[in-house]
Design a protein around this ligand. Structure first.
Ligand code: NIG
Ligand code: FE
Length: 365
């Protein structure tokens, strides 16, 4: 293979996505340009709940058709392993539909998908006035079903005002641990609610977002060996001026992962090079720290111990050739680079991503 002086890296391990959903939510983006707030949109039944209504109305095959080109877009920007969460169903039949789509696309497509159950993503509108009853449903009905069908490797919870309290998050995650699932948290995304401390106490594999993590939270993550997964696209999209404290986390000895958070609300962008650019330009990460975080860091956040995210004998040959002059030049171009060539387990792949951003195909016509 003629590399023309390019740079060969391991494929990205994108350890936090919500990549299986129905329609895009362009209208919310427009509302936010006019001052609407993400939390306010959710409280009015939009946001995550708009995706829930949409997913509930679609068949499994229709969701397959929606998600397939988007996952190929992740691959086209160099991601060869991606975690994908449920969380747009919020009742078992629909959460199951999402998890089955993840399993089917993992089998079908030339990238590996790691499934996470996110039943506690939002309180569905039919439980609006009794969130604890919804938590009961997640704990007593959904988690046993997830485990019985073997549909997820991890369980995640959105711990944030407007979503779930730390106490509710703890209930879900302690039950998930009893069912043998690994634990993840959406923690301290916008306000500090002790999510990082909870992740450390429960021995979660990762705490994700951390835009508002406290100094105590950082120390707790370091002590407990929890991976900090940082998602700068989300804070950028929401117009936040403050990013997660990557420098403080790295200096405290925390393993950092970088991921897209790819989802229709806050991060409708599958391009990991853009995430690396933000990490370097806005968060004080060295390009090599960012590249490690997007490869081996992501593998650590998913507990993948097979050499994923590294280039060495015995590791899966998930390789991406970048047409840039040096490793440091990849984030330098601010995301405007695409791979010259991609190999998944040694086989060359050329993903067609051109229909990724179009309307969600409707099989019903
Ligand atoms: O990670 N924070 C919660 N969940 C997603 C957003 C999902 C959505 O808006 O659809 C996130 O940002
Ligand atoms: Fe997320």
């Amino acid at each position: 293979v003629e590399c023309d002086g390019g740079v060969l890296l391991p494929g990205w391990v994108d350890s936090h996505t919500h990549a299986v959903f129905g329609r895009w939510r362009v209208e919310e983006f427009v509302l936010r340009t006019q001052g609407a707030d993400y939390g306010e949109i959710l409280r009015r039944g939009g946001g995550i709940l708009a995706s829930v209504a949409d997913v509930r109305a679609r068949s499994e095959d229709e969701l397959m058709a929606c998600a397939r080109p988007r996952l190929l877009a992740l691959l086209a920007w160099g991601t060869t392993t991606a975690e994908v969460k449920s969380g747009y169903g919020l009742r078992w039949e629909d959460e199951r539909k999402l998890l089955r789509v993840i399993a089917r696309l993992d089998a079908e497509l030339p990238l590996d998908l790691v499934p996470t159950f996110l039943g506690a993503h939002a309180v569905p509108s039919e439980f609006a006035d009794r969130p604890d009853a919804y938590v009961d449903l997640v704990v007593e009905e959904m988690l046993p079903a997830v485990a019985a069908e073997g549909l997820a490797r991890f369980c995640d919870v959105f711990v944030e005002p407007g979503a779930f309290t730390p106490a509710q998050g703890r209930r879900v995650l302690e039950a998930a641990r009893r069912w043998g699932l690994g634990l993840k948290l959406h923690a301290d995304e916008f306000v500090h609610s002790g999510g990082a401390e909870l992740a450390a106490e429960l021995g979660a594999i990762s705490a994700d977002h951390l835009g508002a993590v406290s100094d105590e939270g950082i120390a707790a993550l370091a002590r407990a060996g929890v991976v900090a997964t940082l998602l700068p696209l989300t804070l950028f999209a929401l117009g936040q001026r403050r990013y997660a404290p990557a420098r403080a986390l790295l200096d405290a000895g925390v393993e950092v992962a970088l991921a897209t958070d790819f989802n229709p609300g806050t991060a409708p962008c599958p391009a990991m090079p853009w995430v690396l650019a933000a990490a370097c330009a806005q968060m004080g990460m060295h390009p090599r720290e960012a590249i490690r975080a997007a490869t081996a860091g992501g593998a650590a956040a998913l507990g993948l111990g097979d050499g994923r995210g590294t280039l060495r004998p015995g590791a899966p040959a998930d390789l991406v050739l970048w047409p840039v002059e040096s490793v440091d030049a990849l984030p330098y171009h601010l995301g405007a680079v695409m791979p010259r060539a991609i190999w998944k387990r040694g086989a060359r792949v050329a993903p067609d991503w051109l229909s990724a951003f179009g309307p969600c195909p409707s099989l019903e016509g």
